[in-house]
Design a protein around this ligand. Sequence first.
Ligand code: GDP
Length: 470
Amino acid sequence: MSRQGNLLDKLQTRARVVANRLSDQHVKLAVTGLSGAGKTAFITSLINQLMEGASTSSLPFFSVCKQSRFIGAKRAVQPDLRLARFEYEQAMEMLRGNPPAWPVPTRGVSQIRLHLRYYPGSGLRKLVSNRSTLILDILDYPGEWLLDLPLLDMNFAQWTLYCQQQMQGSIRQELSRTLREQASKLDWLAPGDELQLQKLAECFRQYLRDCKEAGLELIQPGRFVLPGELEGAPILQFIPALGLPGGFDWQQVPIGSNLSLAMDRYNQYRDKVIKPFYRAYFRDFDRQIVLVDCLSALNKGPEAFNELQQAINWILQSFHYGGNSLIRRLFSPRIDKLVFAASKADHITADQQDNLIRLLESMIHEARQTIHYEGVSIQTTALAAIRASQSGKADYQGKTLSVLTGHDKQGQPLTLYPGDVPVGRPSPAFWSTQGFDFPQFSPQSSTELSALPHIRMDQMLEFLLGDKLR
Ligand code: GDP
């Protein structure tokens, strides 16, 4: 072959490599939130919107759809076969059942990969190829695991003190009674008894589960309620040293005692569970959405609301990358977009949606400024992954009111005005005179031909993926 032919060949190969690089891209999106925040419903809807988005007009603010450039989404083999598969088909079966039901929530880490095919709209990508693929990996993990991050900054003695103080709150005091009684019978300085520690750890887990049931959100260590693959492992068999005599000298922990056993397990939990979790997953995310169920916390009262606020502060630490932050010490993160979304926005009327966003913004206000400063682009929004209510108007005592209609958990028709959403933390006086009573709905019947009804999923998609689908 002539020299010119050779050169041409090389140039063509090079152009093909560049074209492939430009046409195939990859985004790793992580979805989290505390249990019940709506992760399963959200991922189900996200997949559904992308699968159906090309054929329906349900995503008006998602520019690739608005500009008719979206070809479609297809499920592909997930990249990490050690992780549970996100059960999209089962979730859709439940939502399309008769009667429709909410999908069974995921409990650990799960994953799904989608290939999104589209026509490039502009730029080099449009010049080199007429169709492109964006590979989207969605990873779902429990927000409870993020609440473990502050434990890395507490040694066992500090953690014990922290738990004791926490148990002074009125709800926790009551719920921890049995645990405290049982722990006070343990001789912490006697030779270590694994069986006794195991029983106490079970009592501790029950206490944490009861706290969750009562609407409290600061549930730590996270694996005690959502153990994932660690169910039954001794690394989860420890408790704070409740009932240890006051003024104990922590320098004098007897070797081989119950106390040293519990301390050792606590330290191992930090080194072998918390740190690897951040290293294994966090390092890889490009984008993150955190779902927050503000309305249920308002329903459950001031203690639950305050704990949600505290939980948000702690979760935010996981995205605080600056200077000598805990995260920076563990690895170099690379998240460039972060969405905080108040979930289940269909539990309130349209005129209250802005208030819900402002409430969430007020809850993350301080940390938000720091994160923005670190170069992560953040959005706060309110959405309903799967809208289960409809907005309407009703006349009441000569006035026209915004109301919601839908079906309650038992499937009975419901029409109501759920009330106003506060734009910030309600005052103590407010809690004592009136509370909140936002409703819960069963999902609406939907057909296979239509995408799931939602509120603002398209705006969220535009923020998280819009730039990758240009
Ligand atoms: P997870 O534990 O974070 O995965 O939470 P789920 O996705 O399982 O949601 C918990 C419950 O919240 C569901 O069973 C529904 O009752 C409710 N829910 C979740 N998302 C929505 C939504 O968009 N609208 C309404 N009305 N309810 C929702």
